[in-house]
Design a protein around this ligand. Structure first.
Ligand code: ADP
Ligand code: MG
Length: 666
């Protein structure tokens, strides 16, 4: 960068000197020498690059410029040689500078990276090991924090590690990671991420991931890699340039044979360079991916940006995607035993599961008073005796405790296991489901006199909160041309309908197993739609993989889903989906405009060169101007409008009343 700026300066100065000297006839020789020097100063690096390209059998734009400059010198046109090489290096310099600006979105992120951390450490000692007295607070580089150490973050400071809040409350701004500018409240037990700003409050955090392993660093790396990746049109354009350049040389040779006009040939060589054509896609892609990243939308490559712009149908998972996935147990019923016991029994099985439903059951059970005859479910003892745990995807979980087998799950799970659901339980299920709740049945099976018998012992209802921006999804998608919307859920149709209504989704496919979700996606694709699937990776990872574009919820989603999806929504905000689709479309539009502009400019220039109406230097000027036009046009994507936080109304709660555990009917 520095070197290229110096070359531009030196060559430019020599050009001016040459021009001034040229005004006085006695100095004509000096003027020509100055031009020659300028041509050499600016041309040498071009020639060097042309040479190294040639060794890899690449015939590129550098070679054309070098040939033109040498040709101009041979026919004694030193001025033209100087101007052509100068314009070329000056153009390249401007391009590089502008492209750096397009990468700004990522640069901004990098500048936001926390540099130092305050840790509690015993002087000279290992973390956690008492070594010569009380641990003291010290400031160290953020990357040198050790996993497990306690980091202290004060108001106005950046959180330097990914970790768990041990003490303190604060409101933190995670905009740099998620693009979400509304601060979130954190308290002991919350996860916090590196790069987030502690707006107010004092936090003590146990470091879990430091330095390069933090989510923040992973995002930066991901976006940088993504910007290097090519869109298919770009590959096409590059292949095109490969044949085009030799074609231009052939055209030039042919022209020489016909006209013997060396000047026209040189002009042709220079102006026919596909510079703007080669630039048409990459700058737009860099700008598009950068703009998305600033909104917490990680698009993992130009290819995905192109494909998301073509989406015509959207499939969404329910739990964790349309809803927050923060289920709460709102009601427990028992048959033949008390609700508390039902919860405890269910919690013993759900220990093994990572489904949001399981977490709700565990949380509810942990809130129960300790029971006299049973081990506290909150203690590790509850895992003792748990055997043959089996998660049944999309249906529930089964485990053996001592002699009995416990089932927790939906009606399908019970049907499969041969348990009948008594009429009074069915009545209860239907009533709860029409409130939009998810009902988990709890049952047990045991061997009674050589026969396996099973029965329902209870039902746990959980409610989730629909994401507030879900109500804007359908209209937002319609604006970007996506009219086909479908919900794919493993949950019951009644709860599904409640959520779907709030999101303006009319097509619902409920009670689907993970493989049914895959089949549903394939069906949509068979209709000729380009389908994007949005999910959290729990029971929908196969469906995500079979869609044209997979979009993972960043925070609610599993790590695997976030890593393997084409697009990750770091803020979990659904309004970023129409944004990403619109941005994909806009990027492709810009690439098309760029391509058309580049082709027209080259065609006009070639035509005027062949009719002998174009000078070498002005041809170069127009050519460079078209490259700059393409770059500036691409930079418009940096201002692509994004959804505003203010447009989203306060959360509409599905969780109407919290029914206290103790008042439940038996
Ligand atoms: P969604 O498609 O809405 O994200 P899932 O496919 O993850 O839902 O789950 C579908 C249904 O399977 C749940 O509504 C629940 O009835 C049942 N289920 C899944 N996992 C569990 C579990 N660990 N415990 C109890 N029920 C479960
Ligand atoms: Mg889900």
């Amino acid at each position: 960068m520095k070197a290229s700026a110096r070359i531009v300066m030196v060559a430019g100065l020599l050009l001016v000197v040459g021009w001034l000297a040229g005004r006085f006839p006695p100095l004509a020789l000096a003027s020509r020498l100055a031009y020659l020097d300028a041509a050499i100063a600016a041309g040498a690096p071009i020639a060097r690059r042309a040479w190294s390209e040639l060794r890899f059998k690449v015939v590129g734009i550098d070679l054309l410029v070098t040939l033109a400059a040498i040709g101009a010198i041979c026919i004694g046109e030193f001025w033209e040689a100087a101007v052509v090489t100068f314009l070329f290096v000056f153009g390249a310099y401007l391009e590089a500078r502008t492209i750096t600006r397009t990468r700004d979105a990522v640069q901004k992120l990098i500048r936001l990276a926390p540099r130092t951390a305050h840790v509690r450490r015993s002087p000279g000692g290992e973390p956690g090991v008492e070594h010569g007295g009380e641990p003291v607070e010290m400031e160290i580089p953020a990357a040198e924090v050790r996993v497990g150490e306690i980091v202290v973050v004060r108001p106005g400071e950046l959180i330097p590690v990914d970790g768990l809040v041990l003490a303190g409350r604060a409101s933190v701004n995670t905009a740099s990671v998620t693009g979400e500018s509304v601060p979130v409240e954190v308290a002991p037990g919350s996860n916090v991420y590196s790069g987030a700003l502690n707006e107010e409050g004092f936090l003590e955090i146990a470091a879990e991931k430091v330095g390069e392993d933090t989510t923040f660093e992973r995002i930066v790396r991901l976006v940088e890699d993504a910007q290097e990746e090519k869109v298919p049109v770009q590959r096409f354009l590059e292949k095109f340039a490969q044949y085009y350049t030799p074609g231009v040389i052939a055209l030039a040779a042919g022209t020489y044979l016909f006209t013997r006009d060396l000047r026209m040939v040189l002009t042709l060589l220079v102006i026919a360079c596909p510079g703007a054509l080669v630039m048409a896609a990459p700058v737009a892609v860099v700008a598009g991916i950068g703009t998305a990243a600033a909104q917490g939308v990680l698009i993992k490559g130009g290819e995905h940006l192109e494909r998301v712009g073509k989406v015509t149908a959207l499939a969404l998972d329910k739990t964790g995607t349309l809803t927050r996935g923060e289920l709460k147990v709102v009601r427990t019923a028992g048959w033949g035993r008390g609700p508390e016991e039902v919860l405890r029994t269910a919690a013993q099985v759900e220990w093994g599961s990572e489904h949001p439903i399981a977490r709700a059951v565990l949380a509810a059970a942990a809130g129960l008073p300790a029971s006299p005859e049973q081990n506290d479910v909150d203690s590790n003892d509850s895992k003792a005796g748990l055997a043959d745990f089996k998660a049944v995807p999309g249906q529930g979980a089964i485990a053996r405790i001592g002699e009995v087998t416990i089932l927790v799950g939906n009606q399908q799970l019970f049907a499969k296991q041969g348990l009948t659901i008594p009429p009074e339980v069915m009545v209860h299920i239907e009533a709860e489901e029409s409130l939009g709740r998810t009902v988990m049945l709890v049952g047990q099976q045991a061997r009674v006199q050589d026969r396996v018998q099973g029965w329902v012992v209870g039902a746990i209802s959980a409610a989730d909160v629909v994401r507030p921006e879900a109500s804007f999804l359908a209209s937002g998608l319609a604006k970007v041309g996506v009219k086909s919307l479908v919900m794919l859920t493993g949950d019951n149709p009644r709860a599904a309908r409640q959520v779907a209504e709030q999101a303006g989704i009319t097509t619902i496919r409920a009670q689907l197993l993970p493989e049914d979700k895959v089949e549903a996606i394939k069906e949509i694709r068979r209709r000729g739609e380009v389908v994007a699937m949005v999910g959290d990776g729990l029971n929908d990872a196969p469906a995500l993989a079979s869609a044209d574009v997979s979009i993972a919820m960043g925070a609610a989603g599993t790590d695997v889903a976030v890593e393997s999806a084409d697009i990750a929504l770091m803020s979990d905000r659904l309004d970023r989906i129409p944004f990403a689709i619109g941005l994909g479309k806009a990027t492709m539009r810009v690439i098309k405009q760029n391509t058309v502009l580049a082709v027209i400019v080259v065609a006009v220039l070639i035509a005027s060169a062949l009719t002998g109406k174009l000078a070498l230097a002005s041809g170069m000027l127009v050519h460079e101007a078209s490259v700059m036009a393409v770059i500036l046009n691409s930079m418009r994507l940096l201002r692509y409008p994004h959804p505003d936080a203010e447009e989203i109304p306060a959360s509409r709660d599905l969780l109407q009343v919290q029914i206290p555990m103790r008042n439940l009917q038996p």
